[in-house]
Ligand binder design. Structure first.
Ligand code: COA
Length: 256
C-alpha cells in the first residue's frame, strides 16, 4: 500500500499519481480512528477507483490539531481534493466521516461527485456513557469496541488494527471527535443535496441504527439504500467484501 502526506494529511492510497481515467474515492474515518479503517477497500476497489484514505488532522500520521466541528473537517477535505490533482471526488465516510461527507455534499458540492454514507446519520447525538467511559477508563472503552460497535457475529480479531489506532490517538482526540458528532445536525438540510448518494447500513448497528440510514435514504433525492447483513457500526472491517461489492455495483451504475 502506498502512503504520502499532502496538506499535512497522511494518506493511504491505492495509486499515486492517481489514475485520471478512474473515479477517486476519498475515505473518511470515524471518531478516534485513522485511515486504517479502509485498508480492505483500498485493496478491494483498486481496480475500479483511486482509493485515498485520509487520517483526519491530529489523527494517526497527520499533522495539526483535531477539528472542533464537522464543518472544519469538511473544509480541510475540500482543500485536499484539488491538492490531489483532481477537481471532484466521491467522498465515502463512516460515522463521523459520514457526517463530514454530508457536510461536503451541502457546503462544498463543487468538489463532490457523489458520496457513500456508511453507518452514519444526519444527526449524531452521543450517549453520555460514551464520554464518561472515555474520560475515566479509556482502555476499557477501546476493549469494549467489539461488543458495542460490531455485530455479535463479527470475529473481534478483525477489529484489532482499528482498536490500536484508537488507543494511539488517545482519549482527548477520541472524546473531541464524539463532541463534534454530538453537535452535528443537518436533518433539515438533506433536501439541498442533488449528488448521487449510496447509503450503507449494517443490520446490527446499535450506534447509528437503521432509523438513521432510512432517514438519509428517504430524504436525499435519488439516494440508494443498501442494508448489510451481520454487520454492525464498523461494517468496513466487519464485512469488507459486502461493503466493497455494494460500492462497486453503485460505482458501475454511475459510470453506466
Ligand atoms: N436520523 C433520524 N432520526 C434521528 C436521528 C438521525 N440521524 N438522530 C436522532 N433521530 C431521532 C431519534 O430517533 C428521536 O426520535 P423519537 O423522538 O421519535 O424517538 C429524535 O430524533 C431525538 O433523538 P436524539 O436527538 O438522538 O435525542 P435523544 O435525547 O432522544 O437521544 C441519545 C440521545 C444519545 C440517547 C441517542 O441519540 C442515541 O441513542 N444515540 C445513538 C448511540 C450513540 O451514542 N451513537 C454514537 C453516534 S457517533
Amino acid at each position: 500500500m502506498l502512503t504520502c502526506t499532502i496538506n499535512d494529511l497522511f494518506l493511504r492510497l491505492s495509486a499515486w499519481p492517481l489514475a485520471t481515467e478512474q473515479p477517486t474515492l476519498v475515505m473518511l474515518h470515524g471518531s478516534g480512528n485513522t485511515g486504517v479503517l479502509w485498508d480492505a477497500q483500498i485493496t478491494g476497489l483498486a481496480d475500479i477507483a483511486n482509493v485515498v484514505a485520509v487520517d483526519l488532522p491530529g489523527h494517526g500520521g497527520s499533522q495539526g490539531a483535531a477539528a472542533a466541528s464537522v464543518s472544519e473537517y469538511a473544509a480541510g477535505i475540500a482543500a485536499l481534493i484539488p491538492a490531489l490533482g483532481i477537481s471532484r471526488a466521491i467522498v465515502c465516510g463512516l460515522s463521523l466521516g459520514g457526517g463530514i461527507a454530508l457536510q461536503m455534499l451541502l457546503d462544498h458540492a463543487e468538489r463532490v461527485a457523489g458520496a457513500v454514507l456508511l453507518g452514519t446519520g444526519a444527526r449524531l447525538r452521543v450517549m453520555p456513557m460514551i464520554f464518561q467511559l472515555i474520560e475515566h477508563d479509556f482502555e476499557s472503552f477501546v476493549q469494549g469496541m467489539p461488543g458495542v460497535a460490531a455485530s455479535p457475529n463479527t470475529d473481534a480479531a478483525l477489529l484489532a488494527p482499528l482498536m490500536r489506532s484508537v488507543l494511539d490517538n488517545g482519549a482527548e482526540v477520541t472524546a473531541g471527535d464524539f463532541r463534534v458528532c454530538d453537535a452535528f445536525d443537518v436533518m433539515d438540510r438533506l433536501g439541498e443535496i442533488d449528488s448521487p448518494v449510496l447509503v450503507l447500513s449494517g443490520d446490527d448497528d446499535k450506534l447509528t441504527p437503521a432509523k438513521y440510514s432510512n432517514y438519509l435514504g428517504n430524504q436525499i433525492a435519488g439516494a440508494e439504500l443498501v442494508t448489510l447483513s451481520d454487520a454492525g457500526h464498523l461494517a468496513a472491517v466487519e464485512r469488507p467484501d459486502a461493503v466493497n461489492q455494494a460500492i462497486r455495483t453503485w460505482l458501475l451504475g454511475l459510470s453506466g
